[in-house]
Design a binder for this molecule. Structure first.
Ligand code: DC
Length: 223
């Protein structure tokens, strides 16, 4: 049986960086499920569909194929065969992803894909509902969080490094809005699973966070 580690938490908590680092050390694959919602959001944006319009977005699903490919352990997202791994990272794609992720048909559409990957691979899977809905039997569940200002500052620096001219206040506003939407939606809202270990990374370096996550995983899987 494969080892599954669910890592959930709000936007910008460092889930992807920390999970990637821990996965590399453990020899597991790292699966970023937000990328799937982003791909659906990008498809809706490309087609001029309001990403909050459940009927409009749902009607697009039969035209969409989303796949995850792992090349040298790095995840690539294919939208109808095209690699959209870069296009899905814009602030517009973030908000579109949050919007479409509140639509039950979208969650149902992406569910099997996530389950199949976890069944076949030792993996660290990050998202919002991995420990609560997608992999309720995961051997390890971690809820990774950090204070909003620290999360916004990390996102801001990331976007700046990529050449974007965003303002810190806008990143913080978007993040608070997305947290609210993600944790107040009716379906699969962001919340710690009852059997998760909550880890607040505020003030921790990346290396410290990776070490702590690995120690949580080792403790749960060796014990
Ligand atoms: O992790 P991320 O920021 O790339 O996720 C983008 C959006 O997708 C996020 O605002 C909420 C949604 N999402 C979700 O609802 N469930 C998941 N498992 C992963 C992401």
């Amino acid at each position: 049986m494969s080892v599954n580690v669910a890592i959930d938490g709000p936007a910008g908590a460092g889930k992807s960086t920390v999970a990637k680092g821990a996965a590399a050390k453990l020899g597991y694959i790292y699966v970023d499920t937000g990328a799937l919602y982003r791909a659906v959001g990008v498809y809706a944006l490309r087609n001029g569909i309001d990403t909050k319009n459940a009927d409009g977005v749902s009607s697009l699903l039969p035209e969409i194929s989303v796949e995850l490919k792992f090349i040298d352990g790095v995840q690539h997202v294919l939208l109808n065969g095209d690699d959209v791994s870069v296009e899905i990272r814009t602030p517009d794609a973030s908000m579109a992803a949050s919007n479409v992720s509140a639509i039950p048909a979208v969650r149902a559409f992406l569910f099997d894909l996530q389950r199949d990957i976890a069944k076949k691979n030792n993996c660290l899977m990050d998202g919002r509902d991995i420990g609560t809905v997608v992999l309720p039997n995961a051997q390890v569940k971690i809820f990774l969080t950090a204070d909003p200002e620290e999360r916004a500052m990390r996102r801001y620096k990331e976007l700046k490094e990529k050449g974007s001219d965003v303002k810190y206040e806008d990143v913080l506003d978007d993040l608070i809005k997305r947290d609210y939407q993600d944790s107040h939606r009716e379906i699969a809202p962001l919340k710690p699973a009852e059997d998760s270990v909550v880890f607040n990374t505020t003030g921790y370096t990346l290396e410290e966070s990776v070490a702590k996550v690995i120690s949580i995983i080792e403790e749960k899987t060796n014990g």
